[in-house]
Design a protein around this ligand. Structure first.
Ligand SMILES: Nc1ncnc2c1ncn2[C@@H]1O[C@H](COP(=O)(O)OP(=O)(O)OP(=O)(O)O)[C@@H](O)[C@H]1O
Ligand SMILES: [Mg+2]
Length: 257
C-alpha cells in the first residue's frame, strides 16, 4: 500500500510537469461521517489522472472540494496556484472558467441546437466576434469527431454523441483542467471505448490536465497516465494501470476482477 505523495508522483513532477491541482491532508466530514481523511493528490500539467473509487467512497465530494462548491474542514486545496478556501465568490468564478466539467449525463440544453449549446458558455465571458465563435464551434466539433452534428437537437443525438457534444462544449472555453465524472457510464462497451479514446485525443490536442473519476477499468486503462485509488477516505494506493494490476492488496485487486 502506498500513501501520501508517492515516488510515482514525484517522478512525474521531476519530469518538468508542474502541478495544476495540489491537495494536502484534505479532511471533509458530514456530521459524524468522515468522507475524506488526510487525502493527498497532485494533478500535473497535461496529465490524465484517474481516480478509482467505489460508489459512496467520496469521489463527487472530492470534486466539489476542488471547485470550492463545499467548504473543507482541514487541509489545503490549490487549483492553478490558488488556495480555493481563500477565494471570494468572484475569484472562484474566474477560477472555474478554467475548469471544464463533464457530468455523467452530459447535461445539454434540450431546447437548443448543438451550435447554441456550444455558444452558450461563451455568451457570458467572451469578447470574441460571431465569426470567431463560429470557427471555434467548427474546431471543437472536429476535435470530438462530430462536425456534422452542428444543427441537430439533443433529442436527435445518441448517448455517446451527447457525451461528445458535452465535451465539445467544455472545450469552447479552453479549460486548463477537465474533470470527468464517470465519462463512460451508461454507454455500451464500444461507445465507452470511443469516449475513452477521445479523452486521450483531447489531452493530446488541447494539452489539458484531466481528472477522470471512474470504476470502468477499460476506461482507466485507456485514459490513465496514473491512477489513484480512493478508499477509506484516503489516497489508498497509486501507480500506473500495470503496477496496480500486479498489486497484492485485496482492495486494489477488487477493481481488476
Ligand atoms: N451534502 C452532503 N451531506 C451529507 N452527506 C453527504 C453529502 N454529500 C455527500 N455525502 C456523503 O458522502 C459520501 C460520499 O459521497 P459521494 O457522492 O462523494 O460518493 P461517490 O464516490 O461520488 O459515489 P458514486 O460513485 O455513487 O457517485 C456518501 O456517503 C454520501 O452520503
Ligand atoms: Mg459521485
Amino acid at each position: 500500500m502506498e500513501t501520501a505523495i508517492s515516488e510515482h508522483t514525484n517522478a512525474f513532477l521531476a519530469s518538468a510537469h508542474s502541478s495544476v491541482i495540489t491537495i494536502r491532508n484534505l479532511n471533509k466530514s458530514f456530521g459524524k461521517h468522515q468522507v475524506l481523511r488526510d487525502f493527498n493528490l497532485i494533478l500535473c500539467e497535461e496529465e490524465n489522472l484517474v481516480v478509482l473509487g467505489k460508489s459512496g467512497s467520496g469521489k463527487s465530494v472530492l470534486i466539489k472540494c476542488i471547485v470550492g462548491l463545499i467548504p473543507i474542514d482541514a487541509g489545503e486545496v490549490y487549483v492553478l496556484g490558488k488556495n480555493v478556501a481563500h477565494l471570494n465568490r468572484e475569484e472562484l468564478d474566474i477560477l472555474r472558467r478554467n475548469i471544464g466539467f463533464l457530468f455523467q449525463w452530459g447535461a445539454l440544453y434540450d431546447s437548443m441546437t448543438v451550435r447554441e449549446n456550444l455558444c452558450f458558455p461563451l455568451r457570458k465571458h467572451s469578447k470574441q466576434t460571431k465569426q470567431q465563435i463560429s470557427m471555434k464551434v467548427e474546431a471543437v466539433l472536429e476535435s470530438v469527431g462530430l462536425p456534422e452534428a452542428v444543427d441537430l437537437m439533443p433529442s436527435e443525438l445518441s448517448g455517446g454523441m451527447k457525451k461528445r457534444i458535452a465535451l465539445a462544449r467544455t472545450l469552447m472555453l479552453d479549460p486548463k483542467i477537465i474533470l470527468y465524472d464517470e465519462p463512460t457510464s451508461g454507454l455500451d462497451p464500444i461507445t465507452a471505448k470511443e469516449i475513452s479514446e477521445l479523452i486521450r485525443v483531447v489531452q493530446r490536442q488541447h494539452h489539458t490536465a484531466s481528472m477522470i473519476i471512474t470504476h470502468d477499468m477499460d476506461c482507466a486503462k485507456t485514459t490513465a497516465d496514473r491512477i489513484v485509488v480512493l478508499s477509506d477516505g484516503t489516497n489508498y494506493a497509486e501507480g500506473s494501470y500495470e503496477s496496480l494490476r500486479e498489486s497484492d492488496d485485496l482492495k486494489v485487486k477488487g477493481f481488476f476482477l
